[in-house]
Design a protein around this ligand. Structure first.
Ligand code: PLP
Length: 456
């Protein structure tokens, strides 16, 4: 929730207390410089012991609750027919109203299965925006990703509440152009990761459904970042303000044919899965679960994580629980803006996104400004962020560089992890860096993997 101080200042207030802590280590600036050089200026390659505040990602590092930890102790360790699986399955059925659940070890594993089953050479997959691993799987199977976002999506400074919406006209045009038979599904990503954690509206999803119904096209929801999207629908969509989080979730689910998620984000655990009400779809995907993931009652997840996810999903239905991260992100973005630092607005979910193109306007995009700024932030603060710009794009089929639509540094705020003073420290260091931004030079690759090159 947010409180208004005597002074009039509005501050986000955590509705939880910290009961387990982990000691942090803040290296000196010389040690940080040495560490980032050894990592080749790639923050993925830093050792966590050399990181002060780890804002690389929200994946698998959200703080668990006492109830989740307690549930992990009563996990039922059996290969087949685990009680833990039944508990998670029941929770998913209750929240989403979908009958079948195929477990998988994480989000990209679900993408592998969806892509293997539905994407063929010549397939077109329209979506509000791509995610790195989604794009890699679809192109691997010969499909083409077509982004049909609204024009406002790429506007960094904006007050559009739903920059994750699909442009309905673009969707209709694409269907006319390539034919519904070449579109196995429309992919809707909750909380669009790569453009700053921007949500779609419930109204937009209803409109997408209408078009898809006219042409018999399925909708697949990537629900990895659903938790933030739910919160934004509740607080930004006038028509939904009296709906509960559960009601919003249920309507979203009813509008989609297949939902997959990374439980490293959704549900404060580690794992993932695919849910659907369609038996034929379930059967088509099921055989790949046993082939790639594991037996159907664990799918590569530990039973302890399965228990934690079941409780985490229930907590996700609690508005107070899911408001913490978006409110902290909003606070961080607003404090940075006050100091002149360019950030994506409106603030989204997942993290605070800095506009590296504007921050480092002296660097050409071919020198990876987002990568350079991410490394510089680590040197200046010990805070680890992630490059979300041209380095995170794949080269095209001729090997040419694909310049990203946006050069962003993402400072993720894993849910329930950081305190407000840690956020204030980060803001202060970045403000200093902004004053001294001419110190920052560009980057180039000395070793470039062919697939998902930003990782290693
Ligand atoms: C993280 C993420 C994925 C992939 O999930 P992993 O568990 O990291 O494999 C897919 N889609 C979105 C939107 C994500 O944020």
């Amino acid at each position: 929730m947010t409180v208004k101080f005597y002074s009039g200042e509005k501050v986000p207030l955590e509705m939880h207390k910290v009961r387990i802590i982990q000691k942090l280590n803040l290296l000196s600036v010389d040690e940080r410089l040495k560490a980032i050089k050894e990592a080749g200026y790639n923050t993925f390659l830093l050792q966590n012991k050399d990181v002060f505040l780890d804002m690389l990602t929200d994946s698998g590092v959200n703080a668990m609750s006492d109830r989740q930890q307690a549930a992990m102790l009563i996990a039922d360790d059996s290969y087949a027919g685990s009680e833990s699986f039944t508990r998670l399955h029941n929770t998913l059925q209750e929240i989403f109203g979908k009958q079948y659940f195929l477990p998988a070890h994480q989000g990209r594993a679900c993408e592998n299965i969806l892509s293997t089953v539905y994407v063929k050479p010549g397939s077109y997959i329209p979506m509000n925006y791509h995610f790195t691993t989604t794009h890699a799987h679809i192109t691997k199977d010969g499909g083409k990703v077509v982004e049909i976002f609204i024009d406002e999506a790429l506007n960094i400074e904006s007050d559009h509440p739903f920059k994750g919406n699909i442009d309905i006209e673009k969707l209709k045009n694409l269907i006319n152009e390539v034919g519904a038979e070449n579109i196995p599904f429309v992919r809707m990503e909750a909380g669009t990761n790569l453009i700053g954690g921007q949500p779609f509206s419930l109204e937009n999803l209803r409109d997408v459904r209408k078009v898809c119904d006219e042409h018999g096209i399925k909708i697949v929801l990537d629900a990895s970042l659903l938790q933030d999207n739910l919160y934004f629908i509740k607080v930004r969509e006038e028509a939904c303000k009296d709906m509960t989080i559960r009601e919003i979730t249920r309507e979203i689910s009813d509008l989609c044919d297949i939902i997959y998620f990374s439980a490293r984000k959704l549900g404060f655990g580690r794992g993932g899965g695919i849910i659907t009400n369609n038996e034929e779809d379930m059967r088509a995907m099921r055989e790949y679960i046993t082939l790639y993931e594991g037996f159907l009652t664990y799918g590569g997840m530990s039973v302890r994580e399965i228990e934690a996810i079941a409780i985490g999903l229930e907590e996700t239905m609690d508005e107070e629980m899911i408001s913490q991260a978006p409110l902290f992100i909003e606070y961080m973005a607003n404090e940075l803006l006050k100091k002149g630092v360019p950030v994506v607005t409106p603030p989204g979910g997942l993290g605070c996104h800095i506009d590296a193109k504007a921050f480092l306007s002296h660097l050409p995009q071919t020198e990876y400004p987002a990568g350079a700024l991410t490394a510089a932030i680590y040197i200046a603060s010990g805070v680890r962020g992630m490059e979300r710009g041209t380095m995170s794009e794949a080269r095209d089929e001729h090997g040419n560089e694909t310049l990203a639509n946006m050069e962003l540094v993402r400072l993720a705020l894993p849910r329930r992890v950081f305190t407000l003073s840690q956020v204030a420290y980060t803001v202060d260091r970045i403000a200093w860096l902004y004053e001294n931004r001419e110190l920052i030079g560009g980057l180039h690759y000395v070793d470039e993997p062919k697939v998902l090159r930003f990782f290693v």
